[in-house]
Design a protein around this ligand. Structure first.
Ligand code: SF4
Length: 463
């Protein structure tokens, strides 16, 4: 998961910066902004947006159009070479930032290398920019994007800069989110694209709509041209509503906050409890919905240290337990002697759930009933979400076994119907491949194996 922004305004780079701050939750590994004003200006670094850019740096990013990116490392190398946006000087100068995963990466890389195109990173964005570069030599902008879409497979929401043009396009299934906004003030017509509507809100852009699957939008001067290039259906990632996106975002016309309230209300819980406690932060909204439906009081029994970012990879089991303790603390009075209903957005490997349940028990909880607002995650994601490998997913077991593994008295999952109803889109408009194994976008066997292998190696290194 990553976040992207594109702006066309008198304060382009500054607005990209503010937009990136708003979507920082989508990736904390690296961030970058690229602008054009005849020559290219770019800054990208590893780290958080706030630490990379300052007033002086932003003033150097001149030009009326800019794109920005925050990166969350998925499987693969994790160096500054993978930081985005990417830039290629041929044919006119292309800047590109993307969120998603190109599933036929290996095949396309081989083809490009046979044509003596140097690929210098493990990033699939470098593959995409090279293909676009080849197509732009033969075609106009829309035809070049269409030809690129026909070659690449996978999920991609993309912002691109060409001299004088800000462009956005979305994969043929609209798997990853991308919204379009506009603003008119002081006689200036300004336009922006963002992974989430909060990236528009902070700069006072009005949300016009989501890009359609397979659609491209080109902004040049004050003109906006929209074309449907390669639509194949709809497969919006359900996990955006469950976990990734900010609750104040609106995706595909559905408020993330409202969906999470409904997720809490749609849980079919048969046990008993004295208090509903969310695992902060994502599960807070769903816990409100759950509490409202069952008439059980909602309390903040777990407090997150918001100043702890990503914890270091610690070498032993003991130190990873310490990492959870660093992040979360318990309000003992809300826990002691109570039957706690612990609401979390999802249970993936079960390791964090086990640590939290154990923490609640150590602090005197009489019973702990785990509720997941997401149905059981049984399959890996190959579309850019670094969940885990098939064999590490805890949900392959029965709910009783999962409860015993994480030390809870019971486990209740959301149902598939409950999830679909909460989002409010049709079943065939959603990607739920990690839940039901129906992958809507083709994934070559080679890609599945290589991603699984990389994830296993990374997991081994971390243990
Ligand atoms: S497999 Fe799951 S996480 Fe991946 S895109 Fe589909 S719904 Fe989202």
């Amino acid at each position: 998961m990553c976040g992207i922004i594109g702006t066309s305004s008198n304060y382009s780079a500054y607005e990209c910066y503010r937009g990136l701050l708003a979507i920082q939750h989508r990736g904390q590994d690296s961030a970058g902004i690229l602008s054009f004003d005849g020559i290219v200006h770019q800054k990208k670094e590893k780290g958080l947006v706030l630490n990379i850019f300052n007033k002086e740096e932003l003033s150097k990013l001149e030009g009326s159009k800019a794109i920005g990116h925050v990166r969350y490392p998925t499987a693969g190398t994790n160096t500054l070479c993978e930081a985005q946006p990417f830039f290629l000087s041929y044919p006119y100068g292309i800047g590109l930032a993307h969120n998603g995963n190109i599933t036929n990466y290996q095949e396309l890389k081989k083809e490009l290398e046979e044509k003596h195109r140097g690929i210098h990173s493990t990033s699939d964005t470098e593959i995409m920019i090279n293909i676009l570069s080849e197509e732009l030599m033969k075609n106009d902008t829309f035809n070049a994007i269409q030809a690129t879409m026909e070659k690449i497979e996978g999920s991609y929401s993309t912002v691109m800069l060409l001299p004088k043009k800000l462009i956005a396009f979305r994969d043929p299934y609209g798997n990853r989110p991308l919204v379009f906004g506009e603003r008119t003030n002081l006689n200036e017509k300004a336009f922006a694209f963002a992974s989430e509507s909060v990236g528009l809100d902070v700069n006072d852009y009005s949300l016009v709509r989501d890009l359609l699957p397979g659609e491209a939008i080109v902004v040049e001067d004050n003109n906006v041209e929209k074309r449907s290039l390669c639509p194949k259906g709809k497969a919006h990632c359900m996990f955006e509503w469950v976990y990734f996106s900010r609750p104040d975002s609106v995706i595909e016309g559905k408020s993330v906050y409202d969906v999470r309230i409904n997720l809490g209300k749609n849980i079919e819980f048969e046990g008993e409890g004295d208090v509903v406690i969310p695992v902060p932060d994502t599960a807070r909204t769903a816990a409100l919905g759950f509490s409202e439906k069952y008439g059980i009081k909602h309390r903040e029994g777990l407090i997150k240290n918001r100043y702890i970012g990503r914890t270091f990879i610690m070498p032993s089991q003991i130190s990873r337990d310490v990492a959870v303790r660093d992040k979360l603390n318990v309000i003992k009075g809300e826990i002691r002697g109570k039957k706690v209903i612990l609401v979390d957005d999802s249970i993936v490997r079960g390791t964090t759930s086990r640590r939290i349940v154990s923490m609640l028990r150590q602090n005197g909880a009489k019973e702990v009933h785990m509720v997941s607002t997401c149905p059981p995650i049984k399959h890996p994601c190959y579309y850019g979400i670094d969940m885990t490998t098939e064999k590490e997913l805890i949900a392959a077991r029965s709910t009783e076994e999962v409860a015993s593994k994480i030390g809870a008295d019971s486990v209740t999952y959301q149902t598939l119907n409950g999830l679909i109803k909460a989002i409010g889109l049709k079943k065939n408009e959603l990607c739920m491949a990690c839940l039901n194994g129906n992958y809507p976008i083709n994934i070559p066997e080679e890609t599945m194996k290589s991603l699984e292998k990389t994830r296993e190696i990374e997991r081994d290194l971390a243990s």
